[in-house]
Design a binder for this molecule. Structure first.
Ligand code: 6PG
Length: 238
């Protein structure tokens, strides 16, 4: 596990952008699982401002580690946020964007998206393998849309499952922990003091870390890299 700590959210996001830029140089295609929330917005802004001509965008195939079951035009849509902050500013081939159809019936969409991923990604250990999965960390220790009240999604044999937000009840489609841990590389991008307690508990395996889904993200054969700003690493005893 690699832990990289940066001065502030901007330098943390830029470090991740640099990492992504280097990774795409060495390959013809990069299958990426994106995360939602607010942190990716900073990354996308930096990619648009500083990397639009440094990255061969035709190599990148975009999937989502999780998506809310809402139409793409909804303010809740992670695809909608990604389109607003990234896609609409760059020349990305339409066929490289593999969105979750949040407007569909959740149970049917989980099956459809699982099939799409299986058909488009190489299979390793009997599961589809992403080249890179980007994850955030929720203040309750969730990641993707695997929340503490649905820990079974970590070991589910499914590729994607229907999840439910613990307070709003909002239905979501999420990759299971099994597929996340099958990735070549999993990168957490975590900033802000609000995450500091959980970051330390998860990395140092202390406190109630066993209650946090993010604690179970340990790639079976791939790399785990944590991009943290100083605030999110503020309680980390290294
Ligand atoms: C989502 C997520 C979720 C997110 C974390 C961190 O759709 O909300 O994918 O797992 O990554 O909640 O969100 P922030 O970046 O807003 O802190």
């Amino acid at each position: 596990m690699e832990i990289s700590i940066f001065k502030n959210p901007e330098t943390t996001a830029k470090a991740f952008a640099d990492h992504l830029c280097k990774k795409q140089h060495d390959v013809n295609r990069l299958n990426i699982g994106l995360s939602g929330g607010s942190t990716p917005k900073l990354l996308f802004e930096i990619l648009v401002q500083k990397y639009s001509d440094k990255i061969d965008w035709s190599k990148l195939h975009f999937y989502w580690g999780d998506e809310r079951c809402v139409p793409p035009t909804s303010g809740e849509s992670t695809y909608g946020m990604t389109h607003e902050y990234l896609f609409q500013h760059l020349e990305i081939p339409e066929e490289n964007i593999h969105r979750v159809l949040g407007e569909n019936n959740p149970d049917k969409e989980a099956i459809r998206y699982s099939r799409l991923i299986t058909e488009n990604l190489p299979s390793i250990n009997g599961l589809p393998q992403f080249d890179l999965i980007m994850l955030g960390l929720g203040e309750d220790g969730h990641t993707a849309s695997i929340f503490p009240h649905q820990m079974e999604l970590l070991t589910s044999k499914q590729i994607c499952s229907v999840a439910e937000h613990p307070t709003s009840g909002q239905k979501r489609i999420t990759l299971t922990g099994s597929v996340i841990n099958n990735a070549k590389e999993v990168c957490f991008l975590v900033v802000g003091e609000a995450k500091a307690e959980k970051v330390n508990e998860i990395i140092n395996i202390t406190g109630h870390c066993e209650l946090y889904p993010a604690s179970y993200i340990k790639p079976t054969h791939g790399e785990l890299i944590r991009f943290l700003d100083k605030a999110a690493a503020g309680k980390l005893q290294l």
